[in-house]
Design a binder for this molecule. Structure first.
Ligand SMILES: Cc1cc2nc3c(=O)[nH]c(=O)nc-3n(C[C@H](O)[C@H](O)[C@H](O)COP(=O)(O)OP(=O)(O)OC[C@H]3O[C@@H](n4cnc5c(N)ncnc54)[C@H](O)[C@@H]3O)c2cc1C
Length: 487
């Protein structure tokens, strides 16, 4: 599909200002910047790879002058269509701005937004440091995208999310002025904190060009436990019990029986042998627990975990050996792709519920499965209630699509009813825009829109994202293979 030039005069002015090396209008470049992991394509008119920071000011000033929508793109791994230019216009693509400087004394890193998250950890490791927020996409996503979505990861329960690890941001207001929020200091309380307003704002309030992030001492030791529980309910009751015991797991993952069944099928082997399961060959629910820290504290916590395991698990394994730990992680790493044996398309909702609602949530997902006949495998972070509820369906079957669409609305309503959140890490983008008003009152939405209007009076940055409910079912996903599909 050729890019349609709906702002030809503006794009000409842009080309004149920045040159054709930095501004591309060809079909291939525009197509590559038209979708993220949600795979709904909306073609931009031009893709800009800025050379120097001031280029961004120039782009935004021109966009305001000509009223051209602008979308910022990191590495396009987002799950919600937030970096898709749904109203066309220009995309600012920042994947080439990927410098990382580690300051081991301050335990800080100064990073450009396109830096790949895993690379930050690679460079921090020789100094005994790491950047704890670790989305599963960390080998592919950018720190700019992480900050703009306030990404979380497997270690969020103990170490927190991206917001807990940002000291300072630099960048441009939607109107094109350069700003700095915070400073490379451990303490900074001057003025109203707009740094935190940018974090998680999904590219709607500014363009991040630099960040100073907090690094943390790498734990000296870790111990991994993998256990099977007879049912999902037992596993979830166990999860709440462990959290109440004051053990502070760095990783605590839950895989329901539907997920385990699909993952074992993909691996071609059971996680626990019949002997380990004492002859009970039914599919079990699985919990993966990792504790880390100083070896002396770890020994004490490990005792508590073993005691807890003896109350709830049918079978378990544990290790403090890196290679063996990797083997215990295999089932968790397999589950995302394994689901495609249950349907060729998936809705992946990263909802959050409080501990008291864990069991009610899992029962509800099974109730939906039984009622509509589509698989609802669920896995996720048992320490903070951030579960990935999936609905697997056949994208080419209109009946399936109708059922999946209705079911996801029901799940979202239920989550809010249970005291939860419609998203815990992916953000709203376009994917969850139809549900925003289930979570927030009209007054809350008005307040958010007032902030947006104050910073972006011409609605230039990511217009339509978050607030305008978009019927995603009217759009067919593009058939592409992305780098992370293989993992
Ligand atoms: C296999 C897989 C696993 C995943 N696992 C997780 C997970 O465990 N936890 C999690 O939180 N997410 C996860 N995600 C989602 C995704 O990786 C994160 O949302 C990530 O933070 C997006 O980074 P990105 O560089 O790809 O951003 P993009 O997708 O390019 O953009 C995401 C948003 O950030 C904005 N943005 C990007 N750069 C800037 C900038 N410089 N200035 C302003 N706004 C900007 C965009 O406009 C958009 O709104 C996963 C995705 C995949 C494909």
């Amino acid at each position: 599909m050729k890019p349609v030039q709906t702002h030809p005069e503006a794009t000409q002015a842009l080309l004149a200002a920045l040159g054709s090396e930095k501004v591309k209008t060809d079909e291939a470049t525009c197509f590559a910047a038209s979708f993220d992991n949600m795979r709904l394509s909306f073609m931009p008119e031009a893709v800009i790879r800025p050379g120097v920071e001031d280029d961004i000011g120039t782009v935004l000033k021109l966009a305001n002058q000509y009223r051209v929508p602008v979308t910022v793109r990191g590495r396009g791994t987002g799950n919600t269509g937030a970096s898709s230019p749904i109203h066309g216009g220009w995309v600012i693509h920042l994947d080439h701005w990927d410098k990382i400087e580690i300051d081991p004394v301050s335990a800080m890193a100064t990073v450009q937004p396109g830096a790949i998250t895993a690379k930050i950890n690679e460079l921090a490791a020789p100094h005994g440091l790491f950047f704890p927020p670790d989305p599963s996409s960390l080998k592919y996503c950018s720190i700019g995208g992480n900050i703009a979505t306030n990404a979380g990861g497997l270690r969020a329960a103990k170490y927190g999310v991206v917001r807990d690890h940002v000291y300072a941001l630099e960048g441009f207001l939607p109107t094109g002025e350069k700003v700095r929020w915070g400073a490379p200091l451990r303490k900074f309380v001057s003025g109203i904190n707009l740094r935190d307003l940018w974090i998680g704002s999904e590219g709607t309030l500014g363009v991040i060009t630099k960040a100073v992030i907090k690094l943390v001492n790498k734990p000296l030791a870790r111990r991994t436990f993998l256990l099977a529980c007879r049912t999902d309910e037992i596993a979830l009751e166990a999860a709440a019990k462990l959290m109440g015991s004051r053990v502070n797991p760095a990783v605590f993952e839950f895989l329901d029986t539907q997920t385990v069944e699909a993952a074992e099928k993909r691996r071609g082997s059971r996680v626990f042998s019949t002997d380990e399961l004492k002859g009970n060959n039914e599919t079990h629910s699985i919990l993966l627990v990792e504790i880390d820290g100083h070896p002396s504290v770890l020994a004490d916590d490990a005792k508590k975990v073993r005691q807890w395991i003896s109350e709830y698990a049918v079978a378990y394994r544990e290790t403090d050996n890196e290679a063996e730990a990797e083997a215990l992680w295999d089932i968790r790493r397999t589950c995302s792709q394994a689901m495609y044996s249950l349907g060729n398309a998936k809705l992946n909702e990263d909802i959050v519920v409080p501990f008291r609602s864990y069991v009610a949530l899992i029962k509800y997902t099974r109730e939906i499965r039984d009622r509509i006949g589509l698989a609802t495998p669920t896995f996720g972070h048992a320490a903070d209630g951030n579960f990935h509820v999936h609905i697997m369906y056949d994208r080419d079957n209109p009946e399936h699509c109708k059922k999946a669409e209705a079911a996801i609305h029901e799940v979202m309503k239920k989550v809010v009813e249970l005291g939860g959140a419609i998203t815990g890490e992916h953000g709203i983008g376009i994917a969850k825009s139809p549900f925003l008003r289930l979570q927030h009152s009209p007054a809350e939405i008005q307040a958010m829109l007032a902030v947006k209007k104050a910073l972006d009076p011409n609605n230039i940055l990511a217009p339509g994202q978050i607030f305008d409910p978009l019927n995603v079912w009217e759009h067919r996903p593009v058939k592409v293979t992305l780098a992370w599909d293989k993992h």
